[in-house]
Ligand binder design. Structure first.
Ligand code: NAP
Length: 308
């Protein structure tokens, strides 16, 4: 295969939201598939995807959309993966690959594997890229550029199917990494899931305060609060499913978080400035390393315009 030849003849993306529509746009932009089909049960979402012209065919029916597909990518909330797989299973082409973009991997693997016929290659995946937006219009072709895509193949995964899926994500601009589903869930619990929980919690706490008015919270939000609100604006269905499906890893990381928070509480209570200074210096270094690794820019944007 040449470097520019399509990786798949036909792909079907189920779920035309932020991630599904971004994959469709990127697959077309980078020529990763000859034919891009989209399925979404929501008529409004499907009509919006169609009006944006991001795919070659559109259907409300999963079996119709997945027929003849070489790769089916489930881009729905984690809790909906099993029902999508069940709807697709009877119509899948033998030898096809089924993958997903879910933010949790072990539960997807265990829920979907028993549903699919033996002739199908199941290789779960997770592009570590996104925004707090939802829906077809929120997607863009360069979302995966320079971002990691984690594949969590089962031990007996077909090497050819795995190579093709890795080539697909590489074509979309991602750097592909492989790990077990369990390890993925532990890593993402601390890098993504717990940070979202903290943001949801702090915004909820501010909303419930009685001695500070809501208008004061909004008015003085530039003190730090507004940056949590960006994360706390993320899709409620998606994030409910993440916490319900990555329960153990999230609870384990929350345990560590609570211990460290208690230590910080103690440092503040006893006026231990050295402990605070030491931690804040180490955390600043993490920020620097994220920028050096190309995973963010050295500008505080969060959607705000910059002065030239
Ligand atoms: P989204 O914009 O809300 O899109 C999800 C789409 O799936 C919507 O069109 C939704 O339709 C559809 N859907 C929901 N339940 C369905 C079902 N049972 N059958 C068929 N379609 C269904 O969400 P997203 O951000 O693209 O997230 C999709 C997946 O990507 C999730 O598993 C998430 O964990 C993962 N992910 C998200 C991000 C991120 O930053 N957002 C990053 C990496 C991975 P309705 O509008 O009718 O609900």
């Amino acid at each position: 295969m040449s470097d520019t030849a399509p990786i798949y003849t036909k792909i079907t993306i189920v779920g035309a939201g932020l991630i599904g529509s971004s994959v469709a746009r990127a697959a077309r932009h980078y020529g990763a598939a000859d034919h891009i089909a989209i399925a979404d049960a929501n008529e409004d979402v499907l009509a919006e995807a169609k009006s944006l012209g991001i795919a070659d065919s559109y259907s409300p029916s999963i079996p119709v959309a997945v027929a003849d597909a070489d790769m089916v990518l489930m881009a729905v909330p984690v809790g909906a993966m099993a029902s999508v797989a069940a709807a697709a299973a009877p119509a899948l082409k033998p030898g096809a690959t089924v993958s997903d973009v879910g933010s949790v991997k072990s539960s997807v693997l265990s829920a979907v594997k028993p549903i699919l016929p033996d002739t199908i290659h199941l290789i779960p995946g997770h592009p570590v890229a996104g925004t707090e937006q939802s829906g077809p219009a929120a997607g863009f072709a360069t979302l995966f550029d320079g971002r990691w895509c984690i594949l969590t193949p089962p031990e007996d995964a077909d090497p050819e199917a795995l190579n093709a899926l890795a080539a697909f994500w590489s074509r979309l601009g991602s750097t592909v990494e492989q790990m077990t589903a369990d390890h993925h869930d532990l890593v993402l619990a601390i890098t993504s899931h717990v940070p979202h929980l903290i943001a949801y919690n702090i915004v909820g706490t501010a909303n419930d305060l009685e001695t500070v008015t809501r208008s004061e919270v909004i008015k003085y939000s530039a003190g730090g609060f507004r940056d949590f609100t960006r994360i706390a604006a993320s899709d409620p269905t998606m994030w409910r499913d993440v916490f319900l499906n990555n329960k153990e890893a999230v609870l384990e990381m929350l345990g560590r978080f609570n211990e460290d928070l208690t230590a910080l509480q103690r440092a503040i209570r006893w006026g231990d400035g050295d402990a605070l200074f030491d931690l804040f210096t180490r955390t600043r270094d993490i920020r620097r390393r994220i920028i050096d690794a190309g995973q963010d820019e050295d500008e505080v944007d969060f959607g705000r315009p910059h002065e030239e």
